[in-house]
Design a protein around this ligand. Structure first.
Ligand code: HEC
Length: 466
């Protein structure tokens, strides 16, 4: 992405490390939100096909669609904005690496926006259709049939046209996520960096595996979120019939248990499909934590199903969010290991960029020549003591014997104080800090060898000090 590449500002290593943490956070938020949206919408569209009027399937259609679409701002805040930050961070971290990750993410983003808009339109059409069906059921038999037909007609017009938005939304989402997961998988797989193309990326075993894993995790997340939200978080707002409640609880518990059972398998396969060069100890730690959290979550759901103890769902919910985040973090860890050398390259680039930038501002960090600066000092300081100033060879021993000769010299040269009444105090030379440092280094360099051989009597130095 040429455009993004231009926006990249070379960063020092410590910033790149920070960016890595932000990427971890971004990927976790993105995967959790998008997983909930994707899983719930697949189930909603599926049950929509089975629903008729007001049966249990039409309730499921609506309840699933509501899970991740409460407010439109969620879709944009947790989905699109997080997505954009992820792209920018990858552009920064992979700056100068010639792989398509950022371009693939960009394609994915565009499809994602189409997907999100369609899915929100779908959800709205469901609500509209619900309102119409509701009205119809209320007034049937009380008004002439012609009125009912008319209402039905408006209903069809308003909702049917949008009926396919759900399917389209899912199609966009699926392709978008395929690209997204392909790009993220590629970034963590350094051996594949060379000679990768969009086809090899999309069809690589790792991408397909990661995609399936994401899909399974999305269903698990959706069912756990369904139970959590409907029967725990918003339990007092729930006016469903007992029959529907029992059905929805059972269905979601089973989806959760089955998908949670499959998830550890993916965690484990992931170890073998991740290139060895990208594996670090933390990779195993996140894997272990993820698997443990999945098992613990499954245990809670099972308890819920067996003892009908809905309070357990909150543990299952948080444990599962944790497990899902571990997946994102693990993938990110693999990436930072793969990208480690490149971060060092970028760090060098940063140093160069900084020098160029400072030079362009006239604050050039060009090397200051201490010998050059010293020429000014020679106006007063000669090889031998003179009436104007002492010779440096006679005073340097005092500095060189200090713990930090440079600091001591810098302190004096940048702010001379009266030392020896034999001479007038030295006037401030008005040097820049960099020049002071350079000339101090020059003096140290010039006299440090002579310190040993020089016969400068220690006594005279101490005498001078007094
Ligand atoms: C205008 C004349 C003059 C110039 C130019 C000058 N000095 Fe000095 N410098 C002196 C005098 C006079 C002393 C003795 C001051 C005293 O003993 O109080 C001195 C003392 C020193 C001392 C010894 C201080 C001590 O602790 O005994 C150092 C080190 C020194 N100058 C460094 C420099 C450097 C480096 C430069 C050039 C950047 C420089 N001087 C330029 C006049 C000058």
């Amino acid at each position: 992405m040429e455009l993004l590449d231009k926006l990249v500002i070379p960063q020092p290593e410590y910033n790149l490390v920070l960016l890595n943490y932000f990427l971890m956070l971004g990927l976790s938020i993105f995967f959790v939100y998008t997983g909930a949206l994707y899983g719930s919408m697949i189930l909603s569209v599926y049950f929509r096909g089975k629903s008729k009027g007001f049966n249990k399937y039409s309730f499921l259609t609506k309840d699933f669609a509501d899970i991740a679409t409460d407010k439109k701002s969620y879709g944009y805040g947790l989905g699109v904005v997080t997505f954009l930050s992820i792209i920018f961070i990858y552009a920064q971290l992979l700056h100068k690496v010639d792989i398509g990750v950022v371009s693939y993410l960009f394609i994915s983003l565009i499809l994602y926006m189409f997907g999100i808009s369609s899915l929100f339109a779908y959800k709205n059409s469901l609500h509209l259709s619900n309102i119409f069906t509701n009205i119809k059921e209320q007034i049937v038999g009380k008004v002439p049939d012609a009125t009912i037909d008319e209402i039905e007609e408006i209903n069809q017009e308003a909702t049917l046209s949008k009926g396919s938005t759900g399917t389209w939304g899912l199609v966009f989402m699926t392709i978008s996520l395929w690209f997204f997961i392909g790009a993220v998988s590629l970034s963590a797989n350094k051996p594949a960096w060379e000679g990768s193309s969009i086809i090899t990326v999309l069809l690589s075993g790792r991408t397909l595996l990661n995609f399936t894993q994401f899909l399974v995790a999305s269903f698990a997340l959706t069912s756990v979120a369904f139970l959590f939200r409907k029967y725990y978080w918003e339990a007092d707002r729930n006016h469903d019939s007992d029959e529907y409640t029992a059905y929805a609880k059972g269905l979601n518990s089973w989806i959760a248990i089955i998908t949670l059972l499959i998830m550890p398998v993916f965690f484990l396969i992931g170890i073998f499909t991740t290139p060895k060069t990208s594996i670090s100890p933390m990779f195993f730690v996140t894997t272990l934590l993820g698997v443990l959290a999945v098992f613990a979550a499954m245990h809670q759901v099972y308890g819920l199903l067996k003892n009908n103890n809905i309070g357990l769902i909150k543990y299952a919910f948080f444990l599962f969010i944790f497990a899902f985040a571990m997946l994102g973090i693990r993938e990110k860890l693999a990436f930072s290991v793969a990208n480690h050398d490149h971060v060092l390259v970028l760090n060098e680039e940063y140093k160069k960029h900084k020098a160029d930038f400072l030079a362009s501002m006239g604050v050039a960090e060009v090397k200051i020549d201490g010998a050059e600066v010293y020429k000014r000092c020679m106006a007063c300081h000669r090889d031998e003591d003179s009436p104007t100033a002492p010779a440096h060879k006679n005073i340097m021993a005092k500095y060189l014997s200090q713990a930090d000769p440079q600091a001591a010299l810098v302190r004096f040269i940048s702010n001379p104080v009266p030392v020896n009444p034999k001479w007038a105090p030295m006037p401030n030379q008005g040097l820049t800090p960099a020049e002071v440092k350079a000339v101090a280094d020059y003096l140290i360099e010039k006299y440090s060898d002579k310190k040993e051989e020089s016969s400068t009597p220690k006594d005279s130095v101490t005498a001078l000090l007094k």
